[in-house]
Design a protein around this ligand. Structure first.
Ligand SMILES: Nc1ncnc2c1ncn2[C@@H]1O[C@H](COP(=O)(O)OP(=O)(O)OP(=O)(O)O)[C@@H](O)[C@H]1O
Ligand SMILES: [Mg+2]
Length: 239
């Protein structure tokens, strides 16, 4: 019998593992909205949840094409602020808005299967959907399977793909890179960096903030304060 050393077997096995994650591919279409269009002007003295003041003295103006990140301590109200923004934007007729919540099940729980979510429970040609999901390395089993069986990273990719298909122009993203694997993360950052629409996001991810964002705000107890450009270290060119 042919003897192969353990070392050789291991190296052979490693070579045989396809680097699926590196081939993740998706991109948003170019968005044609005037650069200086105001997406939202937010101003309110306070916002309460269950009679408890959660946000105070919020003043934030966001123009189209801005890639903005809100940072702040845990529990400071970042998710609450993002939800307020989404509530105000979601029914706008002049822009297409997409939202990735911090906890994916908030939007996924009303769907049973991956295809239900992608088609929004409508009868639709699934060829295009299959192509998009295949590019994100969804296996056939995942594509035909239940959402409950997906990992958090795959759920995040699923929601992002839908935003691409919907041709969203404004993305509201709550910690978009948090559950994404280290191999896929650079792809996600590149796609978002190249996105020609508006991003309003929350993140603790230093690389995401440095590479993708051009405005950073700190949410504090009594105000939301813009960080100076130099501090943001944004390398993004304004397109
Ligand atoms: N549905 C809710 N009911 C009651 N309290 C809530 C609710 N949602 C948020 N809160 C409270 O509001 C405050 C702000 O929460 P929020 O999730 O917005 O913070 P965050 O900055 O996003 O935190 P993290 O960094 O942990 O994600 C917290 O004290 C939280 O406990
Ligand atoms: Mg949060």
């Amino acid at each position: 019998m042919l003897k192969i050393s353990r070392k050789k077997l291991e190296s052979k096995a490693l070579k045989q593992i396809p680097d699926l994650e590196e081939s993740v591919f998706f991109q948003f279409e170019k968005i044609n909205i005037p650069k200086n269009k105001i997406i939202i002007q937010l101003e309110f003295p306070e916002f309460k949840i269950d009679n408890k003041v959660t946000l105070k003295n919020i003043k934030l103006d966001i123009n189209h094409n801005t890639h903005l990140c809100i940072i702040g301590n845990n529990g400071s109200g970042k998710t609450t602020l993002l939800k307020c923004i989404y509530e105000k934007l979601k029914n706008r007729k002049d822009i297409i808005v997409g939202y990735v919540p911090q906890f994916y099940d908030e939007i996924l729980r009303k769907y049973h299967t991956v295809l239900d979510f992608m088609t929004d429970n409508q009868m639709e040609d699934t060829t295009k959907i299959r192509k998009y999901l295949a590019n994100m390395n969804f296996t056939n089993d995942e594509l035909l399977g239940k959402i409950d069986n997906l990992s958090n990273g795959t759920k995040a990719k699923l929601i992002l793909v839908k935003l691409v298909m919907k041709k969203c122009q404004v993305l509201i993203l709550d910690e978009p890179t948090r559950n994404i694997s280290p191999l896929t993360n650079p792809v996600i950052r590149k796609v978002l960096k190249d996105f020609s629409g508006t991003i309003i996001s929350v993140s603790h991810d230093r690389k995401y903030i440095e590479e993708v964002m051009n405005e950073v705000y700190i949410l504090m107890e009594n105000e939301v304060k813009r960080k100076r450009k130099l501090e943001c270290k944004s390398k993004r060119q304004n397109k």
